[in-house]
Design a protein around this ligand. Structure first.
Ligand code: GTP
Ligand code: MG
Length: 370
């Protein structure tokens, strides 16, 4: 089966296309850079060049976005992605506002966060941190789950005047399921009725043992109102990030995750994408879930136009041909034809799956009636 264009393969490996063609010739295959080779040959070449291959799918069409594992020397440090989670009203957005010196809370309808906000913050040392703010309301389980999946570190916010609540527990479970380290921010410590110790002992029951109680989960007493403990919290984040040694290769076609997507009346489909590896550039052609597109414009978290976005950078992407789903993966590919082919294939596959699911229900219904 045909799988990947030679130039695309070279591009994905960040190797010279001439070298790849030469290598193919040595294997007895006379192809030009614009010709397609099958997946098995591609894999041989990938190994020949000292890369490892990770197939993302068994479908031939999808082989185009076969992921080539990066070489160690191509990996560069990247900012950590930190997701703020916790029960409704425990002060997640306020904390982030205080860290960013911004005022998002004030602009929220009813003061309740209803979407994932993605922001980059520069610390005193100049090192950027990427923050995702999630809603604490019970209705937003899937958003919290998504936040946990694209994140490196979870900040669990628990209000010291309240206690561990249902969405606190849910957040703990998401972080654990995703295998992501947690830092506990005990918030609202400025309040006279604040009882941080109760938060710590409450957490014990959910197998979160904080440092103060001789565990290994960092805990920091903070107040979004007075700013108490914020520096310490950022230090805890920096320490955790250092341990994780986060790296990715900025010099390859981008891959990212859709944080949110919507159909904007004026601008068409818009997706907030967190770039995870590579650099997303204006003009790039990509597939994202069942959709595809060409980056027409990008905006950073400040609403400024940017021409490119590297690892851990959240950007709003314009130029989609349809609205993807939150959680979809974005992959840059070489040509519109490829992008369209993959998107079409995925749409077909999804349609078949839905039809199969539909048929199953009808059968069940028939049996139930019989
Ligand atoms: P959701 O996004 O709806 O889950 O809420 P949230 O966790 O983002 O809480 P938010 O930041 O909107 O804060 C909720 C309320 O608590 C607001 O009225 C804040 O002013 C207040 N608040 C947040 N942090 C503190 C704090 O440290 N001290 C005090 N006294 N009040 C706080
Ligand atoms: Mg909020």
């Amino acid at each position: 089966p045909e799988a990947i264009v030679v130039s695309e393969l070279a591009n994905r490996m960040a190797e010279r296309v001439g070298e790849v063609v030469k290598s193919l010739m040595q294997m007895g295959m006379m192809v030009t850079q614009n010709q397609t080779i099958d997946a098995d040959t591609a894999e041989l070449i990938i190994e020949e060049f000292g890369h490892k291959v990770v197939r993302v799918s068994d479908s031939d069409v999808e082989q185009v976005i076969t992921q080539v594992e990066d070489k160690a020397e191509d990996l560069k440090p990247r900012p950590p992605v930190i997701t703020i989670m916790g029960h409704v009203d425990h002060g997640k957005t306020s904390l982030l506002d205080a860290i960013r010196d911004a005022k998002v809370v004030a602009g929220e309808a009813g003061g309740i966060t209803q979407h994932i906000g993605a922001y980059q913050v520069k610390t005193e040392s100049g090192a950027p941190l990427t923050f995702l703010d999630t809603p604490g309301h019970a209705a937003f389980t899937s958003m919290r789950s998504r936040g946990a999946q694209v994140t490196d570190i979870v900040i669990l916010v628990v209000a010291a005047d309240d206690a561990v609540m249902p969405q606190t527990i849910e957040a703990i479970n998401h972080a654990k399921a995703a295998g992501v380290p947690m830092i506990v921010a005990i918030n609202k410590c400025d309040k006279p009725e604040a009882n941080p110790q109760k938060v710590r002992t409450d957490l014990l029951q959910h197998e979160v043992i904080v440092e103060e109680l001789s565990g290994d989960v960092q805990d920091v007493e903070v107040s979004a109102v007075t700013g108490k403990g914020l520096e310490e919290l950022l230090e805890a984040v920096a320490l955790q990030a250092e341990i994780l040694e986060l790296k990715s290769n900025p010099d390859r076609p981008a891959q990212g995750a859709v944080i949110e997507a919507k159909l904007d009346v004026g601008r068409g489909p818009v997706a907030t994408v967190l770039v995870q590896t590579g650099t997303l550039k204006q003009g790039d052609i990509f597939v994202v879930g069942e959709q595809w597109g060409k980056v027409r414009a990008m905006e950073n978290d400040q609403g400024n136009r940017v021409k490119e976005a590297g690892p851990s950078v959240p950007v709003e992407v314009l130029g989609l041909n349809g609205t993807p789903e939150a959680g979809d993966v974005l992959n840059v590919v070489s040509t519109e034809a490829q992008a369209r082919e993959i998107a079409d294939y995925r749409q077909e596959a999804a349609k078949e799956k839905r039809a199969a699911a539909g048929a199953a229900t009808t059968l069940e219904q028939l049996l139930a009636k019989a």
